[in-house]
Ligand binder design. Structure first.
Ligand code: CMP
Length: 142
């Protein structure tokens, strides 16, 4: 089914100037960008976005990293977009990421792992609503 998912290009990948290379992978996989915004997250926003990880030992480092520079946030749309984006990203830890995936090619560590993607349809809907109003999602009909 045609789905939507959130993709975040994290501060490490923005700093490496590989936004375009990552976008190119989405487009070559048939995913369409239907909304996008560059944002410098506040600590409160980053804590809110990752609230599900609040009790994890890596939470404070994760929040500090996510506010260390701007992030590029986009909504990707396409057939099986959630799974397709996860496939393109590769495993959370770049050491475990398959060759040719975004994390294998651009990430340095599990903490600075280049991209975030929604892990399921429900999370995707929540994460899209966190960053975008419904009317900010564009129709890509042609
Ligand atoms: P992300 O998909 O953005 O979701 C939470 C992030 O926490 C994850 O990617 C990693 O960058 C980071 N993280 C750091 N340590 C861990 C860990 N042990 N397990 C999962 N995520 C971790």
């Amino acid at each position: 089914a045609v789905e939507r998912t959130i993709s975040i290009i994290k501060p490490d990948a923005v700093a490496k100037n590989v936004i375009g290379e990552i976008y190119s992978r989405f487009e070559k996989a048939g995913l369409r960008i239907v909304a996008a915004r560059m944002i410098q997250l506040s600590r409160e926003q980053a804590e809110g976005f990752y609230a599900v990880h609040k009790e994890r030992p890596f939470f404070n480092d994760l929040v500090s990293f996510m506010i260390s520079g701007p992030v590029m946030v986009q909504v990707l749309e396409g057939e099986d977009a959630v799974a397709k984006n996860r496939e393109l990203m590769g495993a959370t830890n770049p050491k475990d990421a398959a060759p040719g995936t975004i994390r294998a090619d651009f990430a340095d560590s599990i903490d600075e792992n280049a991209v975030h993607g929604s892990d399921g349809a429900d999370t995707a809907a929540q994460e899209i609503a966190f960053f975008f109003k419904p009317e900010e999602l564009c129709q890509r009909t042609r």
